[in-house]
Design a protein around this ligand. Structure first.
Ligand code: HEM
Length: 392
């Protein structure tokens, strides 16, 4: 008979936000399937289990109409749908975000944007790279690829955290939803403006593809899914870039190797594995089921902790170490299964082919002001809170 899931009542959300990795390590060893009482979720921490949860759509679904995300995003996004309905909405965006479209249409545009933003950085000065480069660069690249050219960097940088706060508004604080409403009005105005433009002059962007499709999604659904890309693409790109830079700048031997052998792709993947920008993904148990001998009741919301999966000792030696020379094994930072990240080609191209080589080419002696002062924060989304560097 399946055992009841053990309950942990000592781990708090604050502990998870400060540093979840030692907690994940202990859980993988002692309680790989656990109910964390303070967040009232069953959490899976082993790579095999998070993979199983994401790739078993008959056992674990994404369909959740109770999430605050629905209210915050003005609709039910593709990320919380299953089956044909999910596939149809995913297909509406997939071509625009495919490797071919990125390579043929967007690499040159992203390169110009990166050149523009990196060239503006003041040589010789100490600056915080998060507000000065990582965030506005992610905002501009995302705006162009999504087809939101008329949105400013400030708009994008305001919309993304506002949407995230709404999606995480479990207490359903009306003031948080109101801030989403105001941002959503501005987003809808931008979407409408751009749709008018793309009907006359299409381009390769996500919105242009969606608006000019033979059987277009309703406007509300296009908007909801664009919001997933804004909320799920900007902050993560910023955090992924800064995490990788932190790994390289605190391991000069690896940075040298990277530069001499052009191993930017390995650095990009290792940064994602080391600290997953999105640490966990929720699913709902569709059936009573059993994992590792534990009973998972139908209807439970479970969390697949991909951040922990990426540190599973069964797959990686000394997983807490940033090491770009590892034999490549697929990490789970872009998710798994039917809902795997649609933006991964954009991220990989932007960071490994463009930004990392360009940044170190322009500032060969780029250095961290004080490595011990860099604080990573966050359980849902994780990355450095600030990133002071000297630009030489
Ligand atoms: C480092 C950067 C990024 C990371 C770590 C990341 C991570 C993820 C993860 C873990 C999921 C799966 C969520 C789940 O299983 O419930 C996901 C889905 C998604 N991501 Fe990303 N993402 C990143 C960048 C982007 C970008 C730049 C875009 C848009 C251009 C984007 C668009 C999406 C979309 C649309 C989905 C939903 C796919 C579906 O439900 O079928 N992401 N992302």
């Amino acid at each position: 008979m399946a055992a009841a899931i053990p309950v942990n009542d000592t781990i708090t959300p604050d502990m998870l936000g400060a540093d979840p990795y030692p907690i994940y390590r202990d859980l993988r060893r002692d309680m790989p399937v656990v109910r964390i009482a303070s967040i009232d979720r069953i959490v899976f921490t082993k790579a095999a289990d998070t993979h199983l949860v994401k790739t078993s759509p008959k056992l674990f679904g994404s369909h959740d109409t109770t999430t605050p995300m629905q209210r915050a995003f003005r609709g039910h996004t593709l990320m919380r749908k299953d089956g044909q309905e999910h596939l149809k909405e995913r297909a509406a965006m997939a071509e625009a975000l495919s490797l071919d479209t990125i390579a043929n249409e967007w690499t040159s545009v992203l390169t110009l944007i990166a050149h523009d933003y990196i060239s503006r950085l003041p040589r010789g000065e100490t600056v915080d790279l998060r507000p000065l480069l990582a965030e506005p660069l992610a905002a501009r690249c995302l705006a162009r690829i999504l087809g939101l050219d008329s949105a400013s960097d400030d708009d994008m940088q305001h919309w993304a955290p506002t949407l995230i706060a709404g999606a995480m508004n479990a207490s359903r604080d009306e003031a948080v939803f109101q801030r989403c409403d105001e941002a959503n009005d501005a987003m809808d105005a931008c979407f409408n403006r751009m749709i008018d433009q793309f009907r006359k002059a299409p381009n390769s962007s996500v919105l242009s593809h969606m608006a000019n499709a033979a059987d277009p999604l309703p406007f509300s659904q296009m908007g909801t899914n664009l919001r997933i890309c804004i909320g799920g693409g900007l902050v993560e790109t910023r955090d992924g870039l800064l995490t990788t830079l932190f790994g390289l700048l605190t391991h000069p031997d690896q940075l040298n190797h990277c530069r001499s052998e052009q191993r930017w792709q390995a650095a990009c993947e290792e940064g994602l594995r080391w600290v997953a920008p999105i640490q966990t993904s929720p699913r709902i148990a569709l059936e009573d089921t059993e994992i590792r001998g534990y009973h998972i009741p139908k209807g439970e919301t479970v969390l697949a902790a991909q951040a922990s999966a990426n540190h599973d000792e069964e797959l990686w030696r000394i997983p807490e170490k940033f090491d770009i020379t590892r034999t490549p094994i697929r990490h789970q930072s872009f998710g798994d299964g039917a809902h795997n990240c649609l933006g991964q080609n954009v991220y990989r191209t932007l960071i490994s082919e463009i930004v990392l080589p360009m940044l170190f080419d322009r500032f060969p002696k780029l250095s961290l002001e004080d490595p011990s002062a860099i604080r990573f924060q966050g359980f849902g989304f994780r990355g450095p809170e600030s990133f002071p560097v000297t630009l030489n």
